[in-house]
Design a protein around this ligand. Sequence first.
Ligand code: PLP
Length: 453
Amino acid sequence: MNPPADSQVGKAVKAADRAHVFHSWSAQGLIDPLPVAGAEGSYFWDYDGNRYLDFSSQLVNTNIGHQHPKVVAAIQAQAGKLCTIAPGFAVDVRSEAARLIAGRTPGDLDKIFFTNGGAEAVENAVRMARLHTGRTKVLSAYRSYHGATAAAINLTGDPRRWPSDTASAGVVHFWGPHLYRSHFHAETEAQECERALAHLEETIAFEGPQTIAAIILETVVGTAGVLVPPPGYLAGVRDICDRHGIVFVLDEVMAGFGRTGRWFAADHFGVVPDLLTFAKGVNSGYVPLGGVAISSEIAATFDRRPYPGGLTYSGHPLACASAVATINVMEEERIVENADRIGATVLGPGLRELAERHPSVGEVRGFGVFWALDLVKDKATREPLVPYNAAGDANAPMAAFAAACKKNGLWPFVNMNRAHVVPPCTITEAEAKEGLSALDAALSVADGHTTTA
Ligand code: PLP
């Protein structure tokens, strides 16, 4: 558990950070990073004695919680044995990690190309699709995130793309299904599904099917809102891809490895993509790792023709050892089943009960340990609590909500007008209830910004 607080050390850590660390996604002069002293299980703590229940899983990656002793031990053992070796060699932990991953991915996705994270997985999936088809264009959804490297950021369908969008990346965006904020004026899931598929067909017809290498979708859209596709949508996209010779890529960087209460979110929908990208939960981010699971047909394209891509640290032994240990621990401790059970029996019912009592909660959606509260000014109009991409004063209601969570010992995941409830897959019933009660208090602050206040 947490060692005694030492504020002086915390101050020194923060001072060096502010002097020398250049942070992601931030105006460097406007941020105030919390110095973290340690973490264990579902909690982390600072140097001032404050402890936080981690309802963010950091960046939705610590699926087995912080510092799982068996995974820490596996990394230590691997470090003592073989820290690094080039990707061209065959090595026990890399072979075993690939075998364990391929044994869990759907269908015939049996070959694994390892990367250092999610964005590189997406880059390589797109490259494989382009080489396999000889086509250039890639279709992706508005309301999506695929990473921050060149192709991945251009595929992304949220404002993080705008400053980097060259408008020349061969990417075309379309609308996926999202009934609560339907672009298709739909009133039922079935209508939303049918109309979203018709919209995609039409987009393909007008772009020219023979120009399209791939369609990439997050199986369940993560950062852009925990959008669970309606029944039939992903099967419909699979069918469209098959009819037009388009490679279907499912991005499971956030949704994979237990988050939805299945090994992969695709398992809920019975759909097998041609390529599946993963990262985060594969080893809970203990050592950077990602990858692409490849169908036999696409793998065969590169049987006699070299695949023109690689990374110095592809299949890094420390990362692979942590993946092997993580997957084994997830099996032994039935961690995927725990995520499913906690979602169905505690988080789902608990969040829906909060929605009934709080005027600021417009919709609750998700499953497993993958939930979003869509916060609104007004339940009837569904006007978001803050405008799309709000910053500064315009974002004050969400900032106040997040501050209230932290004050109550809960570290939230907040994006635009939403609070995502994404704790580790290992969360206990008692911890989930503790989190729900902190959310209850923080939602009263959000309620103060609704039209009913
Ligand atoms: N794809 C999805 C669905 C993601 O959620 C993310 C990160 O949040 C990425 C790709 C990029 O992964 P990374 O940050 O490891 O590059």
